[in-house]
Design a protein around this ligand. Structure first.
Ligand code: ADP
Ligand code: MG
Length: 452
């Protein structure tokens, strides 16, 4: 049997053992290049795919390979360098790359003026793991067929988790694959400014025309148009015009559509009507994989122990992991020293805060009220309106769960209420949290704010 035929059989067999998302993420782009003397060599697209296959699927792969060719005893997974990596290597050969030049090189990659896309965001440099595999699989499908399958594509998650990276990477890749497709990336703030300007200049029709021409519209951080009626109205029209023509719409947000309380219902239901995927915080394995990818990208050599320390201590988001790498790289720039764990711990002692969480009543009030866009004063008043009552209960819940306040103390602090009110609020939110995923997300997000 030919290699290609064997591998096709293996893939077909594997497909029944893994989820669709896993299949797309890990196995697409792999190939069998040789099998000689009992050893098979499989090309994989990136380090993460290699690690995943080696650690989780090697046995199965071997079993299916042997069904086709029984003399195979072992499998080697080899990363096929992408075009970018090959270029990077070539550059590195020319000169060692200290960090400052490296950063310059990133800023070399200028934002494309017609699409607003930053070429630094690629799919190759995006690490996929359990916290983002669904979003990634959807992205992959969209790239193959913009507008056809997942429309709109709504992606949400907390800060620094890769939303902007992924949606821009979709744009960049669509552009590569389909040259004539017109793609545009825009932040919600920019869209808002555009709307405000064109109202002022009496040119709102021109603005509509402009946006309706795109085949792929990517709009980042949609939560910012919350409460801005005119912007929402214009966006609604642009959305419908594009959607009716099967143009791809990609939206990111810090929370799910249901929780966008300042958005008109008609927009919320449009957003929820397509593919909705979240990006969560990366688990330990993924944090390690991200660190390995980033050190490789930057051609720095950092010992596994140090990476392990970073992955264990920086858990909140990817941006912070990158931040730690930046600090280390800057510190060891031009130094011949080996980057020791001890050294890194010292350098990062300010960056990596003590594991004990610290917050205050003030911080909890502020974060909750900001999230629900209510006035802090309203919380302690006697108002019973639903939009105040729920945040008030959440505040009481958090005062108990995060600060361990007693019920009488909570009642006292929240407008001299009875302690039974505090108990009721705490219990109610706790119960609801068990089976209300959107409340779970809201509270996770609020906690992220509280501790950031
Ligand atoms: P968000 O838009 O969700 O706040 P970003 O997309 O700006 O987050 O990501 C923050 C930083 O972390 C970026 O530099 C991005 O390249 C990096 N990053 C986030 N997720 C990943 C990932 N899965 N793989 C590689 N880099 C990532
Ligand atoms: Mg972003």
């Amino acid at each position: 049997m030919e290699n290609q035929e064997i591998w096709q059989k293996v893939l077909t067999a594997l497909e029944t053992n893994v989820s669709r998302a896993n299949f797309v993420t890990w196995l697409q782009g792999t190939s069998l290049v040789s099998h000689e003397e009992g050893s098979a060599t499989v090309l994989v697209p990136n380090a993460f795919s290699k690690e995943w296959l080696e650690n989780k699927f090697n046995k199965l792969v071997l079993r299916y390979l042997r069904e086709c060719s029984p003399e195979i005893k072992e499998v080697r997974y080899v990363i096929a360098p992408t075009h970018e990596e090959a270029m990077m290597k070539a550059r590195k050969k020319k000169q060692e790359q200290p960090i400052f030049e490296l950063q310059e090189r990133f800023s070399d990659l200028v934002v494309d003026p017609t699409t607003n896309l930053n070429p630094r965001y690629t799919l190759d440099s995006f690490v996929v793991g359990s916290s983002n595999e669904l979003a990634f699989a959807a992205a992959d499908a969209i790239i193959k067929n913009p507008g056809a399958t997942y429309n709109p594509f709504f992606i949400y998650g907390g800060v620094g988790l890769g939303k902007t990276h992924l949606i821009q990477a979709i744009g960049n890749t669509v552009k590569q694959h389909h040259r004539n497709t017109s793609v545009v990336y825009i932040s919600s703030e920019k869209f808002t400014t555009d709307v405000v300007d064109s109202i002022r200049n009496n040119s709102i029709d021109k603005l509509k025309e402009k946006y309706r021409r795109f085949d792929v519209l990517i709009i980042d951080d949609i939560q910012f148009i919350g409460g801005k009626e005119k912007t929402q109205e214009e966006f609604f029209h642009v959305f419908n015009a594009l959607y009716d023509k099967n143009k791809q719409i990609i939206i990111s947000s810090d929370r799910n559509p249901q929780s966008l309380s300042l958005l008109e219902e008609r927009l919320r239901s449009r957003f929820a009507g397509g593919m909705v995927a979240d990006i969560g915080t990366p688990d330990y394995e993924m944090r390690m994989a991200i660190l390995k990818t980033k050190t490789k990208e930057r051609s720095v050599n950092i010992h596994e122990d140090v990476l392990n320390y970073l992955a264990n201590n920086i858990q909140k988001n990817v941006r912070e992991l990158e931040g730690a790498l930046n600090i280390i790289q800057a510190k060891f720039y031009n130094s011949q020293d080996i980057i020791s764990l001890h050294h890194v711990q010292k350098i990062l002692s300010n960056f990596i805060k003590s594991p004990k969480k610290l917050t205050s009543m003030k911080q909890i009030m502020k974060s909750v009220c900001e999230f629900y866009d209510i006035d802090e004063k309203a919380v302690v008043q006697k108002l019973r309106r639903k939009e105040i009552a729920k945040p008030r209960q959440i505040i009481m819940y958090l005062l108990r769960s995060e600060l361990g306040f007693s019920y009488p103390h909570i009642g006292e602090k929240i407008g001299h209420r009875d302690h039974t009110t505090a108990i009721h609020s705490y219990e109610k939110i706790k119960r609801e949290l068990e089976n209300n995923p959107s409340l779970q997300e809201e509270i996770t997000f609020i906690k992220q704010k509280i501790y950031s």
